[in-house]
Design a protein around this ligand. Sequence first.
Ligand code: SF4
Length: 489
Amino acid sequence: MRLKAINRQQLLLRPVEVEKLVEEDHPVRAIWELVGRLNLEPFYAEIESVEGVAGRPVWDPQLLISLWLYAYKDGVSSAREIARLCEYHPAYQWLTGLEVVNYHTLADFRICHKEALDQLFIGVLGVLSHEGLITLRRVMHDGTKVKACASDKSFHRKATLQDHLRLAREQVEQMGDPRSEELSQRVVKARQRALREKQQRLGEALKALEQIEASRSKAMEKEKARASSTDPEARVILHPKGAYGPGYNVQISTDAEAKIIVGVGVTQSSADAAELEPAVERIEANMGNGPKQMVVDAGFTNQATMEAMSEKQVDLIGALPERNGVATKRLEQRGVSPDLYPQAFEYDASTDCCRCPGGKVLLYETKERQGASVRRRYRAKASDCRVCVFQAQCCPGTKRGRSWVRSEATPEMAAFQAKMETLEAQAIYKQRAGVAEFPNAWIKDKIGLRQFRLRGLAKVTLEALWACLTYNISQWIRLCWKPQRLAQA
Ligand code: SF4
């Protein structure tokens, strides 16, 4: 048998035609073309050279933006990985013209141009709007939880954080002159920098802990408050499938016309309820106009949201929160027998009071607003319950009389409920999951943004913005650039 030998010892010089490294319809060409059409003045303004001042030439922002966008599209979110890819990957080589960009340059560029990046996002929305892909007639809004770059174990209580901070300060004070150390100056300086950064993070964690304590009402809860020494701005939030862990809540507004993201924000809270009004304001700031209709799930519909949307003349479509399940769970936890659940009590509208299964009267006590309804609470006399035969099953472990709650819809909620009973509103609501959850899934699955690489609210917001910008550009490539290329071919 004659086999061809492989010679790996040879040295070859091969000509490379950079323009031919990628095909004509490769997405990297589309990204380069679109970025080149956008106004990059805000980026250039930050690197303008000053007459009479020496300085080295810098990389063109068009290249650095295109590198990051293509990398995100490729599922790469590490500056070091991009620098490595520049050495051998044809698409990255085509972008850089076979040059290699240092990872420090890439890492700094990603986080150092917040305002310019906001303008770039708006510029892309302008292009998409011009193509007819955004109408703002209907916008679906949703929140998605993304893990923080911190572990559960990095969360500590006040005493532990104070101990760690004291130790870090002592270590910083003991640091000697790098010139007198046996190790190389570079290593010593890197260690010193790491220690100072650790000290700074611990100081920030203690400040974050104060904020968390201030937001808690009970002394017992304040004592349990913890903050992360790795990412002090991360919070323990509720992730999908009921798991708690360090993370951020990414709020994404998607225009229903072509599933384009028209607004993105990041918060530290798991709850979505307060996020709809800021989301509408972001859309107004990005597009110059507000949406005509917002479609949301039950996490966003409460009294405040309804009032805010009505004031902004935005038609709100959504589901109402299901409270029965929560109430039943609480009764179960308290050991109340199902025979004595609220359905067993009778309300008398003529006297505005309630009669319990033991035949006693519960008088009106107080009212409170919860979500989109007003809850009126009625209570039995403690003396009646104490001697009642049902006491052990009806109000176990409490010295007060049993209470019973009647929910009353506010006028706004009644109107909302009536609207949501129409077939038209229900048909619109059915589209919500398909539109709102599409970009969330795309960003997590294609870009891989299940966990942030950066730390701190400002930086993770930038990371989310890069991801959403990449998503929008990918939609432009799919819906505009590729069809135009095919038509020209
Ligand atoms: S325990 Fe109190 S509320 Fe319950 S049935 Fe008896 S009297 Fe009525």
